[in-house]
Design a protein around this ligand. Structure first.
Ligand code: DGY
Length: 328
């Protein structure tokens, strides 16, 4: 006999194929709107749903869990990052949190590598010049960027995405360095051939490119503050596809305007809405709209993980992608 269908509430518009499957398997209320779910609707859902499918747009904080009714069993986040979820409050209330690890690693690493190339080789400036009809003849001194072959890449955070980036950077002829809470296993270190720095302040001044790939936690908030950013060489490039709050955006914009660093590639920002306007209009800033994991394949795979987690719960088992307080 099939199990009773769980009452699932989705806070964000998902790909059609994912939504269809959610409706087949569960008693699902979908979100027709592409904009973030209003707070009052989210809190209302917390009083009736058994599972909430959330996204980074929702603040799943202590107030949310205080409001949640006894029926709420799980929050299945559509995304790998869970810095917008109060994991401890969830655990205190016995509510399971799941995420979607592993399935967007390659896509995010791909985009990070793309951003490094875009900033160093001035893709956006070049493309815009052609679009404006301003390109008519080749010139040896036009649009000179910086070669990345042979340069040093410093990766902050050597988890799955950091490692996937390291493999790509190695293939592009970069030498890979990293800062992490601890060194990676001997097997991975050997495969990637990366140099470990236990002190970030020692690594930063020696890098040509720095990539932020760590999660946002209380320890990594403004990890790259004004003082640390000041350690970078004026020819350095910095890219961030992790979380905006890891870099002090105001200090970053200032350094960029003062030509104290060579360029930035950002996919994430400290505040939304409210990107620091000082970042706008700079030729050496490539700014993307949080799209690093946005491929058709990743979004489908993320949906499949969400569905697997809910289905496992519905069938009376422990969902595979649980996030627990020990992980933060
Ligand atoms: C992720 O999966 O964490 C993406 O950044 C979207 O939340």
């Amino acid at each position: 006999m099939s199990a009773k269908k769980l009452k699932v509430f989705v806070t964000v518009k998902l790909p059609d194929s994912v939504e269809t499957r959610l409706r087949e398997l569960f008693d699902t209320t979908l979100c027709p709107d592409k904009r973030p779910m209003p707070r009052d609707k989210l809190l209302e859902a917390a009083q009736t749903a058994e599972v909430i499918v959330s996204s980074i747009n929702d603040q799943i904080d202590a107030d949310f869990f205080a409001t949640a009714g006894e029926q709420l069993k799980m929050v299945a986040n559509f995304g790998v990052g869970y810095d917008h979820i109060d994991i401890q409050s969830a655990a205190d209330k016995g509510i399971i949190i799941t995420n979607t690890p592993g399935v967007l690693t390659e896509d995010t690493a791909e985009m990070t590598m793309g951003l490094i190339l875009a900033v160093a080789r001035r893709f956006v400036e070049g493309a815009e010049t052609v679009q404006r009809g301003e390109f008519s003849e080749w010139s040896p001194t036009f649009m000179m960027g910086r070669r990345i072959y042979g340069k040093r890449l410093g990766i902050i955070g050597m988890g799955r995405i950091g490692q996937a980036l390291a493999r790509r950077a190695k293939a592009f002829g970069m030498s890979v360095h990293y800062h992490n809470r601890k060194p990676v296993s001997a097997r991975i270190a050997e495969e990637i051939g990366a140099t470990y720095w236990d002190n970030l302040d020692d690594m930063l001044p020696r890098m040509d490119v720095v990539s932020v790939n760590c999660p946002r936690t209380s320890e990594t908030f403004h990890l790259l503050n004004a003082e640390r950013l000041g350690l970078l060489s004026p020819t350095a490039i910095i890219v961030n596809t992790a979380r905006g709050e890891i870099i002090d955006e105001t200090a970053l914009a200032h350094l960029l305007r003062e030509h104290k660093i060579a360029g930035v590639g950002l996919d994430v920002y400290e505040r939304l809405p409210g990107i620091n306007p000082e970042l706008f209009g700079l030729p050496n800033a490539v700014l993307l709209p949080h799209m690093a994991s946005s491929t058709i394949e990743a979004r489908q795979d993320m949906g499949d993980r969400v569905i697997l987690n809910i289905k496992t719960l519905q069938d009376g088992h422990r969902p595979p992608d649980r996030v627990i307080p020990a992980m933060i």
